[in-house]
Design a protein around this ligand. Structure first.
Ligand code: HEC
Ligand code: HEC
Ligand code: HEC
Length: 127
């Protein structure tokens, strides 16, 4: 059994390689691909600080969905007091109109595939 150390080391290296995208993403904390915004976007800020959005946009979308679907409440106020309509298509994709370049590029590099657009409209997409 004197080879077990080598096997273990081999497994560790192999594991590190196959999970590379995951830990690289976690360690760097940024996207593997820099998401691009539309060149003509006049707005310079997201509805919440960029670092927060990068990590938590899915939770925000979930809570928007809950407030709309459960409570019929369609307005959301940001930290700075600005009011937004709680809507994936009408708010997020109004600024991030280039969904393919922005949301999709980042998601494919992170290996995520949200199913939202089976139902929700991407104004620039096929659906
Ligand atoms: C008013 C326009 C606007 C709206 C509405 C908006 N965003 Fe943003 N968003 C931006 C801008 C501008 C940035 C880049 C800010 C920067 O460079 O610091 C950004 C950044 C982001 C980022 C981080 C990108 C990165 O570089 O890591 C994510 C994720 C994001 N938005 C998702 C969303 C989602 C999801 C919604 C809807 C819940 C949304 N945004 C609504 C304008 C908007
Ligand atoms: C900076 C990279 C980045 C950008 C830009 C980005 N996302 Fe994400 N998104 C992620 C990552 C990473 C996850 C998976 C996180 C997790 O599972 O904790 C994710 C998860 C999600 C989820 C949850 C998916 C699920 O099946 O649970 C939704 C919904 C989502 N993103 C919507 C959007 C939308 C809409 C946009 C564009 C407006 C967008 N994201 C832009 C990185 C990004
Ligand atoms: C099976 C179809 C379906 C899927 C898949 C789906 N939704 Fe929805 N969603 C709906 C319907 C129907 C409503 C209610 C529409 C309304 O009242 O405006 C809604 C409402 C919402 C709302 C609030 C209203 C708006 O205009 O956006 C948000 C936010 C939302 N969903 C986010 C998501 C996210 C994020 C995903 C993916 C993780 C997702 N949904 C997947 C059908 C779907």
């Amino acid at each position: 059994m004197h080879d077990s150390g080598k096997i273990l080391a081999g497994l560790v290296v192999f594991g590190a390689l196959v999970t590379f995208p995951v830990w690289y993403h976690a360690a760097w904390g940024g996207p593997l691909v820099k998401p691009r915004l539309p060149a003509d976007l006049a707005e310079k800020e997201c509805i919440a600080p960029t670092a927060y959005m990068r990590e938590h946009h899915m939770e925000l979308l979930n809570s928007w969905r809950a407030q709309v679907v459960r409570d019929g409440h369609r307005s959301w106020t940001g930290e700075n007091g600005r009011q937004w309509r709680a809507s994936l298509t009408k708010t997020c994709l109004r600024c991030h109109a280039n969904k393919a370049d922005f949301c999709d590029t980042c998601h494919s590099s992170a290996g995520v595939k949200p199913v939202c657009f089976d139902c929700h409209v991407d104004p620039k997409g096929k659906n």
